[in-house]
Design a protein around this ligand. Structure first.
Ligand SMILES: [Zn+2]
Length: 352
């Protein structure tokens, strides 16, 4: 595989030899060959693809249909297929040795018997009641363990993308094989281990805390604290399955679709043609309001003529035009302004 970078969004990738192609991270530039980063890492586990290329295009087509009328640009499967890429997005898997001490409080249930006086309507009765309470005791211990494959983000925008393409179930993860990477693009981490360590630490501490907690036999556990050294860190990748495809809208601006290769969830902007919105809904609204103004004028003109039959006819026509024009104008504004605010929301889906 060849290292390649995108000059527009700065994302680094590994691409199949001789296949630079469109950037699968922003969809807005061609990838350029780059120097290999010796610290980039290695794959260890992959979550296999459930969707093949045809299923990915079908998921995008459904997402496009949900966008409704007047979409801008050619989002047909035939066009999207040209930029469709099978990608792997990385997450770090950290192994580390913990040498530390932990403290926690363990709780044991015990029962307390008490007598209570209760009035049953005619006389006082003594009733026996049993309460369950918890006796808390401190525990301190030493923990020496190697923790394996604790997951932590490898991309700065991990949270944002995870929200957009939804969660990926990790239970199907398996060791990677060379065939998994064949013909695929691997996005390289932009959070190197030194930066990712701050994010990894809480996850490692939680995993170690769960171990310490599971070692203490008690009904209840609380207030666990852990202090120690993490040695011999080893960083590898968990690769998540993603399809991407991009297209240009009628102004030439490019947009990216990203499909979760496991669930088929799609994210991607589908802007509408603003000129077409104004042409159809804008002109309908303008005609409606013009007709209503004409109707109002006709009604005013008809008032002095009410003594003759034509005056009544003019008034009826005037009121009819006024009401109908107003209704058409107002109802045409709904899809017009709806479409304009839709476009605003689409731009937020993909950062510029
Ligand atoms: Zn890019």
């Amino acid at each position: 595989m060849t290292p390649a970078t995108c000059d527009r969004c700065g994302a680094d990738h590994l691409v199949p030899d001789g296949e630079l192609g469109t950037c699968p991270t922003c969809g807005r530039a061609e990838l350029q060959a780059a120097e290999a980063d010796p610290e980039a890492g290695q794959p260890e586990l992959v979550v296999p693809f459930v969707l093949d290329d045809a299923a990915a295009l079908k998921a995008i087509a459904a997402h496009v249909r949900e966008g409704g009328w007047f979409l801008s640009g050619d989002t047909s499967p035939a066009t999207l297929r040209k930029t469709l890429r099978r990608c792997w997005w990385p997450q770090w898997l950290v192994d580390a040795d913990l040498d530390g001490v932990f403290s926690l409080e363990v709780g044991f249930d015990y029962q307390v018997k008490s007598n209570k006086e209760r009035f049953d309507g005619s006389s006082w009765q003594t009733v026996e009641e049993i309460d369950t309470r918890i006796r808390w005791e401190p525990r301190v211990g030493r923990i020496r363990r190697r923790l394996h494959n604790v997951e932590t983000p490898a991309l700065r925008d991990h949270e944002g993308w995870a929200k957009r393409v939804g969660p990926t179930e990790r239970s199907t993860a398996r060791p990677h094989a060379d065939a998994d990477l064949h013909g695929a693009v691997v996005r390289l981490p932009d959070l190197p281990p030194a930066s990712a360590w701050a994010e990894a630490l809480p996850a490692l501490t939680d995993a170690a805390g769960a171990l310490a907690r599971s070692g203490a036999s008690a009904e209840h556990k609380r207030d666990i604290t852990l202090a120690g050294r993490w040695n011999d860190q080893h960083w590898t990748w968990l690769l998540l399955p993603i399809w991407t495809a991009s297209y240009a809208d009628h102004t030439g601006q490019r947009w990216l679709f990203v499909v979760n290769g496991q669930t088929g969830a799609v994210t991607g902007a589908r802007p509408k043609k603003v000129a077409l919105l104004w042409l159809v809904w804008g002109s309908l609204a303008a005609s409606g309001f013009a007709a209503s103004v004409f109707g109002a004028l006709l009604t005013l003109v008809s008032i002095p003529l009410l003594t003759v039959a034509v005056g009544a006819v003019l008034m009826i026509v005037g009121i009819f035009l006024f009401v109908l024009g107003l209704l058409v104008g107002v109802f045409a504004c709904i899809p017009l302004f709806g479409g304009l605010s839709w476009n605003k929301a689409q731009r937020a889906i993909q950062p510029p």
